[in-house]
Ligand binder design. Sequence first.
Ligand SMILES: Cc1cc2nc3c(=O)[nH]c(=O)nc-3n(C[C@H](O)[C@H](O)[C@H](O)COP(=O)(O)OP(=O)(O)OC[C@H]3O[C@@H](n4cnc5c(N)ncnc54)[C@H](O)[C@@H]3O)c2cc1C
Length: 344
Amino acid sequence: MNGPRVGVAGAGIAGTLLAWRLKLADRSLRVELVDTPSAERGATGVSGGLVRGYEPDPLQLDLAASTLAELRVSRLLRAWSGYQETGSAYLRADPADPSAMEHLERLLPGSARACAPGEAPFVAARHTVVERHAGFISPRRFRDEVLADFVRIGGDFVHGTVDAVHAEPGAVVSWLVDGERRCYDRCVLAAGPWTPALLPGDEYRTKLIQYGVYDATGTLPAPFVDAVTGLYGRPGPGNGVLLGVPSDAYDVDPTNLRPVPALLRRTSDLATRVFPELGLAGPRHVVVAADCYTAPPGLRLRPTAGAGTNLFTFTGGSGGAAKTALAAARHAADRLLHQSPVPA
Ligand SMILES: Cc1cc2nc3c(=O)[nH]c(=O)nc-3n(C[C@H](O)[C@H](O)[C@H](O)COP(=O)(O)OP(=O)(O)OC[C@H]3O[C@@H](n4cnc5c(N)ncnc54)[C@H](O)[C@@H]3O)c2cc1C
């Protein structure tokens, strides 16, 4: 193997899928994926894993529905990700854009229908996009399986912490891994909520995400998002329900997070209001983590600010990249492979 060297920092679902896609597409590439020894600390390890095709933003819809379509047709990817098809519901104040529904129909035929208030078995007052081919995956298991395959097909997985990234226009990119400088033709920072610390600037921010697993006497018909209140959730695990609401806690330190009691109160208040039949008891356990946020949101390959360098980011999942990562990684790998490197 003496092809170009590509370094990817961060083996969450984003970095791992990108490294794997690159290696699958061109076995001569020397792809090195670097992660700290405790990779389970990232968003991928605790993600709720809700996957559906519908998103209000057309680009995110395309990525989410393409990811789901690829997952559904591949027995291997379904097994690796632990995909469970439960359906899903996206609750809105107004009807979904008909062109979004048409695009969804092209990518996931027969899956989605737009229901007027009262037509769907959910919240009577909402318009609802009901999807048949949706559900949840285990992002952590998916990452672990893809990582194992990446190594099987000749990718290098390096345990270590990336630091002191150095990129100049038209030159190789380098970083320190536990004190040793390593050079690459192209580098991608995919360190999720740790990316802002590696690449200071105001383009990338961290934000806290919290959900609780609650004991309940009733259950939910399917995973849902209520765009009106922000409440989201899914039935299970076990006979509980997983519920959360978005936080507004930005610029948090991803290694030092604590549960926010006010968010827990808001979650159970909203759940009781939106689903009065649920019979909610206190949370059995609470998960608190962070993700990397960008505007506009979404996981995609972005060049870094230094014009003409070979340094990119692949992050910005903004709380929703488990559902788009497979397709986003394919686009990112295509771009990295087919855009000629900035010459040294
Ligand atoms: C609580 C929670 C629930 C979520 N639920 C859903 C959901 O239901 N559906 C959905 O679609 N999305 C969901 N998301 C969002 C989705 O899980 C994330 O967008 C996605 O997992 C982000 O993956 P990532 O690879 O970008 O980041 P991460 O998974 O955070 O991975 C970053 C990796 O970088 C490594 N790293 C950090 N610093 C360094 C360094 N200096 N050197 C080397 N490696 C480093 C870390 O160890 C880590 O492994 C949720 C997120 C959270 C936090």
